[in-house]
Ligand binder design. Structure first.
Ligand code: SF4
Length: 333
């Protein structure tokens, strides 16, 4: 059996940064550090940080007054920042800069009187944050059917924004349906689906042409992971999401001579390697990289954690080297 490892796969710049923020906060402040929502959608990562002293909560009111707190990579609505101020929290915001970009768009278009057609998964935490920037003006649309059902006054001005981790192909269909029904709809200058989502989907599409089975490592709660499974299936191969090698059903491998492996943007590489190890025990003789493109995207750490570390004489250079400030590099991979 041959194993092909998709490249790019796994951690994106936003996830890498968010995890480093929590680890650094634990080092700077000591435990506990409270984190609102799973810092990234991966159970393995969350458990690892819990072991180091992070405490995960879903609501700001669960965080004790004056505590050190981190907001997750997925972004938070303005009401959460207000609640953090009211509780005098020492807040570090680990929202991915690419999510912040969509928040700023929502805020701007909301202020300009637009109705925001927010394409994404209803109830997903990222959309709660984005929609919160334009209260009462955002409508979440998940499917073409949602678009068909939507009734708006004739003179309404509409703009399309999207969740960052959607399927590029499915989103195109929903956007086309919106533009057909509401031709005056404005599109933002650049796609909101982030570089990491786009690149991982592109890689899995190519991978699917060369293998009989695709295994996608990532948690059930990870939107971009689930999209990778769908994309692989849509390109004609069997595909399964797995948390780790423990989830592999040996029956999936019967008669299979080539397996592709990839991972969602919040899945750590050690889980991928455990899958590779397992496949070796099942007869994988060759394990090869399948490189579709190389990513070179980094985000700087939030200023507040860099300042706090500096004040306490903690050297962040080792962490910082992963996070070279590079706005101009965003989305260039
Ligand atoms: S998947 Fe994209 S938007 Fe989400 S954290 Fe990663 S880079 Fe940021």
């Amino acid at each position: 059996m041959k194993v092909l490892l998709a490249q790019p796969r796994g951690f994106c710049a936003g996830v890498d940064r968010a995890i480093d923020v929590v680890e650094l906060a634990l080092k700077v402040y000591g435990k506990p550090v409270y984190v609102k929502h799973a810092i990234v959608h991966n159970d393995h990562v969350v458990r690892g940080l819990e072991d180091k002293g992070a405490v995960f909560v879903e609501n700001v009111v669960e965080i004790p007054e004056g505590a050190h707190a981190v907001f997750s990579a997925h972004g938070s609505p303005p009401s959460d920042y207000e609640a953090a101020r009211a509780r005098h929290l020492e807040l570090i915001d680990a929202t991915c800069p690419l999510v912040t970009k969509v928040h700023l768009e929502a805020k701007r278009f909301g202020k300009e009187g637009y109705t925001i057609l927010l394409v994404g998964h209803k109830g997903h935490v990222e959309l709660v944050g984005t929609g919160g920037e334009a209260p009462g003006k955002a409508i979440v649309l998940e499917t073409v059917d949602d678009v068909q059902q939507l009734q708006l006054p004739a003179d309404v001005r509409t703009v399309i924004l999207t969740q960052t981790t959607l399927s590029v192909d499915d989103t195109r269909e929903v956007i086309e349906a919106i533009r057909k029904k509401f031709p005056q709809t404005v599109l933002p200058p650049s796609s909101d689906i982030c570089y990491a989502t786009t690149n991982r989907q592109r890689a899995v599409k190519e991978l699917a042409k060369h293998v009989q089975l695709v295994l996608v490592v990532g948690s059930q709660t990870s939107s971009n992971t689930n999209r990778l499974v769908e994309v692989a299936k849509a390109h004609g191969v069997a595909a399964y999401r797995i948390n780790s090698s423990d989830d592999i059903n040996p029956d999936w491998l019967k008669g299979v001579e080539s397996v592709g492996v990839t991972s969602g943007a919040s899945a750590p590489e050690d889980l991928v390697q455990s899958v590779v190890q397992y496949l070796r025990t099942r007869g994988a003789a060759a394990v090869e990289d399948f490189t579709v493109l190389q990513e070179r995207v980094w985000f700087n750490l939030p200023q507040e954690i860099r300042d706090a570390a500096k004040k306490r004489g903690i050297d962040t250079s080792l962490v910082q080297k992963h996070h070279i400030a590079s706005d101009h590099r965003m989305g260039t991979a």
